[in-house]
Design a protein around this ligand. Structure first.
Ligand code: IPD
Ligand code: CA
Ligand code: CA
Ligand code: CA
Length: 273
């Protein structure tokens, strides 16, 4: 059983409070005000209210820490302090279509020791308000689902593996590139899924539900917590060149220990053609 740290407790309290709001708003989506940030990039009053709730909780619990929010942007903390990276609602499109697959993602990133920018992610939490599942991880302390230790899947063969992805859509991503990778991968695996929340995709790789995940054009708030979850569950996350990055946004390739290299080879070959 994990000894849950004070930091994770604080993050979970904020996520649960915001999750309660999202559950209430999800029951009344027809009354929600929705605006667009881009062609198919929506933000609703629910995203903003959840973000506000998280901010109100965390700024009291950890005074002086900074924030990187999807909606409100960057709020600088005191010099030398860590920052929270927050996606108040990952899976907004699902949410707005009444589909119960969305999450809150909160991560903590430390400043670099030389004071130049941001360094390692030391804690991450992905909370799914509908299933009430709380996936969390701390650097060197493992990944957990509530009080159950998580390990990535032990499946070693592509033809028994389920792989998650994010498909480009209006205003985001390169559909031609995605089709090439899909074309190389689909005939070799047991299935490919696109459920619409990158944070949950990564959390589910950590939980062994998926064997792998790839997507491009993600942002720190989509991936920072999920990336730590996969690593602490014994998996690998890299960019598409195979390099390990602290937050692993932009181009993400995650996999269990057995399959990450195989998936990387398929992706590189597909993009060469
Ligand atoms: C989105 C989800 C989705 C991914 C998109 C993200 P949002 O986040 O993670 O799975 O494909 O690229 O923008 O906007 O719902 O927080
Ligand atoms: Ca969004
Ligand atoms: Ca997101
Ligand atoms: Ca979001």
């Amino acid at each position: 059983m994990a000894a849950i740290s004070g930091l994770i407790r604080v993050m979970e309290k904020a996520a649960r409070k915001a999750g309660g709001r999202l559950r209430r708003d999800f029951g009344e989506i027809e009354h929600l005000q929705v605006s667009r940030k881009g062609p198919a990039d929506f933000v609703s009053k629910a995203d903003q209210a959840a973000e506000r709730t998280i901010w109100d909780e965390l700024k009291v619990a950890r005074p002086g820490w900074g924030f990187l929010f999807e909606e409100a942007g960057e709020i600088e903390g005191d010099p030398g302090m860590p920052r929270f990276i927050v996606d108040p609602l990952d899976g907004t499109t699902n949410f707005l279509h009444g589909m119960p697959h969305f999450a809150i993602s909160i991560a903590v990133q430390e400043p670099r020791l030389d004071g130049k920018g941001w360094g390692e992610v030391i804690a991450g939490l992905v909370y799914q308000p509908i299933t009430d599942e709380s996936f969390w991880a701390e650097k060197s302390r493992g990944a957990w689902l509530q009080d159950r230790r998580l390990r990535v899947s032990s499946r070693r063969h592509l033809d028994e593996s389920l792989i998650a992805t994010g498909i480009p859509f209006a205003g985001k991503g390169d559909a031609g590139q995605w089709m090439k990778i899909y074309g190389g991968l689909a005939p070799q695996v047991a299935g490919i899924r696109r459920f619409g929340s990158a944070a949950l995709d990564l959390a589910w790789v950590a939980a062994g539900r998926y064997e792998g995940f790839w997507e491009a054009d993600l942002s720190p708030w989509d991936t920072a917590a999920g990336c730590l979850l996969v690593r602490e569950a014994g998996g690998f996350v890299s960019d598409w060149k195979g390099r390990s990055q602290p937050i692993c946004d932009v181009e993400v390739l995650a996999g269990n220990d057995a399959l990450h290299t195989r998936l990387h080879k398929i992706l590189v070959t597909a993009l060469k053609d």
